[in-house]
Design a protein around this ligand. Sequence first.
Ligand code: AMP
Length: 461
Amino acid sequence: MPFSKLQLAAPILKAVNLCGYAAPTPIQEQAIPKALAGQDLIATAQTGTGKTAAFMLPALQRLTVPSACIKRSKGPRVLVLTPTRELANQVTDAVRIYGKFMRVRSGAILGGMPYFEQQRLLSQPVDIIVATPGRLMDHMERGRIDFSRLELLVLDEADRMLDMGFSEAVDTIAAATPASRQTMMFTATMDNAMAKLAQRLLRNPERVEIAGKKTTLEAIEQRLHAADDMQHKNRLLKHLIGDAGMTRAIIFSGTKKNADQLATELHAQGHSAAALHGDMSQFARNKTIMNMRRGRIRLLVATDVAARGLDVTGITHVINYDLPKNAEDYVHRIGRTGRAGATGIAISFASGKEVDALRSIERYIGQSIPQSVIPGLEPARPLRRSGGSSMPASGKRWQGSSAGKRPAQNAFGRNAYGSRPDRKPNTENKFSRDDQRSFKQDGGRAGDFRKTRPARQSRWA
Ligand code: AMP
């Protein structure tokens, strides 16, 4: 189906054409007509599927006609809530890109950014606000936002917002908006908590669900390396980053401290590397992402703050230096590669201590991650992977560059997530109230509060 069949206004179609999109992605094809009809919507879709345009194009369509609100108000007509600042920035970029040929006043309300600019934004008429819940609540408590002409509320990555403890904030924000609003909820997963949220906030929602999670990973080659300890991980990493086919990679670290340390050491070794985590100012985070986009950074060492929403094209590899504690995060992390029709490689290191995390990831993705061995860097001990028995390496030996060797596949059509009955309870949100508060204001990740081990002398021993 061509975009022209979607009944979108000419300036929106013009902007979409400029993006070079040949046709709507499955989520767009299914969600846009329902959204344009004004229906509430629950869409089960992951980043990388084109979900942003699925809600942004109908949002912009609303702005092609004047507000029907009789009350004079400067408040937003569209509000998009996102769990993280990175995602909010990307949604804000989408407003600019898809609204290029319209006069749209938009802005972001994010933690970690100066208040005065946001106050200025809110003191003027605004059409679209993209916000993280913590900072938006701050402004609401100070009486700075008038939602009386709000027509559309979008909850982007709603499951993650709940995981991050924003459930109450989302309810409060929704309660401050007109009951007549349209509500669209985008989530990677559907479980009880999500169903309850939908029940509270949506009216007779239409459901849009695209292909299951297993097929989503088809564009990504996954590999596992058993690692004896941190030194072994470092040797593996050193070998892997020597691959010339690795043009842009994200290396995920379990803690902010280790991310900093690893980035510093990689930089000292002559690699263009930088860290990205929730302790950095928003300015520094934006600058780092920009440098990655411009190709000035080849190796980005990140905590999970970057796993959601980060949309940098051309990421050839994702390396899980530490496995995520939460199985969902694995999928989000590796989804940074293999985006928008490209293929990618996801390499995970797993030490004996991470076997439980590995098991839950494999259960979640419904497949066993093939184990690879680099000659000369074999683990001293095999990884005890399933049911207590040690699973031998697959025998697949990977010795060098492989980015781009796999046949090109189009991720769209497969790059979508389905319901997930086996969702594990979130065990990450075990941090103090103070932590949670500053984390909420920061828009950071729960996992970033985990206590770190004392740093070792050198990672590369
Ligand atoms: P999202 O899932 O919204 O994060 O989008 C993932 C990527 O897909 C972004 O880089 C978009 O520019 C791109 N994209 C969105 N819609 C389309 C489309 N219809 N055709 C090709 N690429 C698209």
